[in-house]
Design a protein. Structure first.
Length: 239
């Protein structure tokens, strides 16, 4: 499929995303900014925001992104794009439209990244034995599609998602937040043991809460131990 070919049923979101091109914004940059703005919006609108070390830092970055588009009257499109995404996810349970758009319109001409197809993810989730409330980890989570497939089969899982690509980590955050799955997402380089961001989701009085945690040496050691101690068969392999 050409990167310019429509994804058919997802046309409203595509149209909004691709409309930025008429104002000389690249699809890649718009997609990146959409991910950041969405995650920041989730995090800055919960009851725990005052305990978050990074709130002011996120607000500055949020304003910087939105100001870039305001002069072209495009800043309000981000809200429309999020509404379209939520409609898609509501119609197709555990779908991963972010992966579809990312694959067809971004990575095909950038890093050559092509994620595991949905039917393969579901197959892996079926052959890997996972019980409910078990902790599972994906050290190369991409958009989180393998663990989404696992959560579709077993509803109550505690998942840890890790990726070196910030966009992939943020796609995972959005997917998990909108599906209200208990999780932690780390943006980090597992080979160099360098952590960049840590995001955690929980339910507070049945309300979804997203917050960013401070990175410490203890946190890095904790994550390494989590990976090492996770059952090998439950590290759902992104191939």
């Amino acid at each position: 499929m050409s990167r310019y070919q429509s994804l058919s049923s997802k046309k409203p979101l595509e149209r909004h995303m691709l409309s930025f091109q008429w104002k000389w914004f690249s699809v890649k940059d718009v997609f990146n900014d959409f991910l950041i703005v969405t995650v920041y919006s989730f995090a800055n609108n919960n009851e725990l925001w005052s305990k978050d070390w990074f709130t002011k830092e996120r607000e500055k970055d949020f304003d910087r992104i939105m100001n870039k588009y305001k002069s072209h009257w495009l800043d309000k499109l981000f809200a429309s794009m999020l509404i379209d995404l939520m409609k898609i996810m509501g119609e197709e349970a555990y779908s991963d439209y972010l992966w579809e758009f990312y694959t067809y319109f971004v990575t095909g001409w950038e890093n050559g990244q092509y994620f595991t197809p949905t039917h393969i993810c579901k197959f892996m989730a079926q052959v890997v034995w996972v019980t409910e409330w078990e902790s599972i980890c994906d050290p190369t989570c991409w958009s989180g599609r393998t663990l989404l497939a696992a959560c579709e089969i077993k509803k109550w899982l505690i998942v840890t998602w890790i990726d070196i690509d910030r966009r992939c980590a943020y796609m995972s955050i959005i997917n998990l937040f909108l599906y209200s799955i208990t999780w932690t997402v780390y943006h980090w380089d597992a080979l160099r043991m360098e952590m960049f961001e840590c995001w955690r989701f929980s339910m507070n009085n049945w309300m979804p809460v997203l917050f960013q945690e401070e990175i410490t040496k203890e946190k890095v050691v904790e994550v390494k131990e989590k990976i090492d101690n996770t059952h090998t068969q439950n590290a759902l392999f992104s191939m």
